[in-house]
Ligand binder design. Structure first.
Ligand code: 8Y4
Length: 274
C-alpha cells in the first residue's frame, strides 16, 4: 500500500479473542471475528488491524502457533471477499511472513522490529512497517515510567529505528512512526506527547496514532473502558487536526463522522490566483 494520504485514514481494530471454555471454541471465534471484520468494513474502515496477541499490561504471552491460528485464517477469509488494506499487529517474524503471504499490506509492530529476526522478516516481505515506541515490555511498562524529556526521547528512538530499518533495506517511503500512547507512559507523559504531535509530523514520516479507549482517557474522564467513546472521538479529532495520517480506533462509524466534520471545516476553498 502507498503511504501518501490526503486525509487521515481510519484503522479499525479487529479483535481476535482467545479461545475459552465459554465461547464454543475456534469455529465460533472465527465466525465472530469475520462478522466484526465485515462490520468494520461496512462502517468505512480504511485499514483493518489484526492482532493475535494482547499487548495489555499483565496479559499472558501467546505462543507462536496460537498467534498464527488466530490471525492467518482470518486474513485469508477476509481476502476472500474484500481487498481492504490489512495490517498485521505482530512482533514475531513467522507471523509477519505468514501474514504477508496471506495478503496483509502493512506490518504494525509495537516492538519497532527489535525482536530477534523481526527486522529481517519485515525486509523480506517488502511491506511497509509502522514503528512504535514502547518503553520496557508489556508486562511491566506501566510501573512508574520516567523520562528527562519524553518527547525528545520518543522522537529520537523512532528516528533511530527508522534509520536501522532503512539500513536493513526498508525504503524510507515504507515507514510510519507512532509515539505509542500508553506504552510505558503515564497520563502527563501521554499528554506531553500528544501536544507535540507537530514535532513527530516534522520528521516527514507518516504518523499513526492509537488512543481509542485507552486508560489515558479514563485518567482524564474517570470513565471505565466501555464508556470512553466520547473521549476517544475527541482525541481522534485533535489527532486529525494535528496532521495524523492513520488513526487506530475501535469505533469506526463514529470516528468517520467526526473526521468528516474536521474535513468539511478544513475544506475552505482557496482563492484562485489572478
Ligand atoms: C482499551 C482498549 C484499553 C485498548 C487499552 C487498549 C497501539 C497499537 C495497540 C498503538 C499501534 C490497546 C497494537 C493497546 N495500541 N499499535 N496496538 N499504536 N501502532 N489498548 O497505539 O489498544 S494495543
Amino acid at each position: 500500500m502507498k503511504l501518501e494520504f490526503t486525509r487521515p485514514q481510519v484503522m479499525g481494530i479487529l479483535n481476535v479473542t482467545p479461545d475459552s471454555f465459554s465461547d464454543g471454541g475456534r469455529f465460533l471465534r472465527r465466525v465472530s471475528a469475520l462478522e466484526h471484520a465485515r462490520r468494520l468494513i461496512d462502517e468505512g474502515a480504511d485499514i483493518l488491524d489484526i492482532g493475535g496477541e494482547s499487548t495489555r499490561p499483565g496479559a499472558e504471552p501467546v505462543p507462536l502457533e496460537e498467534e498464527l491460528k488466530r490471525t492467518i485464517p482470518l486474513i485469508e477469509s477476509i481476502r476472500g471477499f474484500s481487498d481492504i488494506p490489512i495490517s498485521i499487529d505482530s512482533s514475531k517474524p513467522e507471523v509477519m511472513r505468514a501474514a504477508a503471504e496471506a495478503g496483509a499490506d502493512l506490518i504494525n509492530d509495537v516492538w519497532a522490529l527489535r525482536r530477534p529476526g523481526a527486522l529481517e522478516a519485515a525486509v523480506e516481505t517488502g511491506l511497509p512497517v509502522c514503528l512504535m515506541h514502547m518503553r520496557g515490555e508489556p508486562g511491566s511498562m506501566q510501573q512508574n515510567p520516567q523520562y528527562d524529556d519524553v518527547v525528545s526521547e520518543v522522537r529520537d528512538f523512532l528516528l533511530q529505528r527508522a534509520e536501522v530499518a532503512q539500513q536493513a533495506g526498508i525504503p524510507r517511503s515504507r515507514i510510519l512512526l507512532d509515539p505509542g500512547f500508553g506504552f510505558g507512559k503515564n497520563l502527563e507523559q501521554n499528554l506531553q506527547l500528544f501536544r507535540a504531535l507537530d514535532r513527530f509530523k516534522a520528521t516527514g514520516y507518516p504518523l499513526l496514532v492509537g488512543i481509542s479507549r485507552k486508560s489515558m482517557i479514563g485518567g482524564i474522564t474517570g470513565r471505565p473502558v466501555e464508556q470512553r467513546l466520547a473521549g476517544s472521538i475527541a482525541f481522534a479529532v485533535l489527532a486529525a487536526q494535528a496532521g495524523s495520517d492513520v488513526i487506530r480506533v475501535h469505533d469506526v462509524a463514529e470516528t468517520r463522522d467526526a473526521l468528516a466534520i474536521v474535513q468539511a471545516v478544513e475544506d475552505q476553498p482557496q482563492d484562485t490566483p489572478s
